[in-house]
Design a protein around this ligand. Structure first.
Ligand SMILES: *Cc1c(COP(=O)(O)O)cnc(C)c1O
Length: 232
């Protein structure tokens, strides 16, 4: 099957209201062009440098047709470079990072940027994102964080992102996604000004079916579209 066929097959099998962010780390500009021509609307990048190279190399009309999502950890010293490249940052995991982004937005030529809070729902040490295990009162902590982010003039909190535990079994994924959905609902219920909790981003190649069953309306898929990664 070609990239194009893979994308279209997944697009047809999942509900139309679920956004597919195509995870493109390690893929060539030609592969990214092919998936956009097949109808992809959203491209995910893990690295600022790679995103910059991809956006230069991909044909301009195709690059402009899609939204570009930062789905990898964003280092402070890369924010200035990242802001003009991305339409949305899915990986904000602290007030500190949100403030750093907020400070730099105007200079980037944007008025604001939509972000998702990243929760490391499995509390895996090796991963980025807010770790539930590190907060005794997780719900209160997240509500305060959402409130504080809502005060930043150039940041728009629009949802939650999570990765399942690495190599989890289906039941573990389901439990983790269920918990993330509850947190998402809790933050949505706050009805904060300048906050619009509309995206719940969870599920990858091995877990997107479960994620959608548990309420995801954004999934991030790489391998099922492009095949196995070679060296990333
Ligand atoms: C690579 C990646 C994905 C996609 O993973 P696949 O298993 O290739 O579908 C999703 N989200 C993030 C943050 C990634 O880095």
């Amino acid at each position: 099957m070609t990239i194009s066929e893979n994308y279209q097959k997944i697009r047809e099998e999942i509900p139309s209201e679920v956004r597919i962010v195509v995870a493109t780390k390690g893929r060539t500009p030609a592969e990214i062009e092919e998936v956009i021509e097949a109808g992809a609307t959203d491209i995910g990048q893990n690295y600022v440098q790679e995103a910059e190279a991809a956006k230069k190399a991909v044909r301009g009309d195709l690059a402009q047709r899609v939204s570009w999502h930062m789905i990898g950890p964003l280092q402070k010293n890369k924010i200035n470079k990242a802001l003009p490249l991305f339409d949305i940052i899915q990986t904000v995991d602290s007030l500190e990072l949100a403030k750093e982004i907020d400070k730099r937005i105007i200079k980037s030529g944007k008025e604001f940027i939509p972000i998702l809070l990243e929760i490391n729902i499995g509390s895996e040490k090796s991963k980025y994102g807010i770790k539930p295990d590190e907060h005794e009162r997780l719900e209160e902590y997240l509500q305060q964080l959402a409130y504080d982010i809502a005060q930043l003039a150039h940041i728009r909190l629009v949802g939650l992102m999570t990765m399942g535990a690495f190599g989890a079994n289906p039941e573990q994924y389901r439990q983790d996604f269920y918990r993330a959905k509850n947190i998402f609902d809790l933050l949505a219920k706050m009805r904060l000004k300048q906050v619009d909790m509309k995206y719940l981003s969870m599920g990858m190649t091995d877990s997107y079916h479960i994620a959608i069953e548990e309420g995801a309306n954004v999934v991030r898929i790489g391998t099922a579209i492009f095949g196995p990664r070679k060296n990333v």
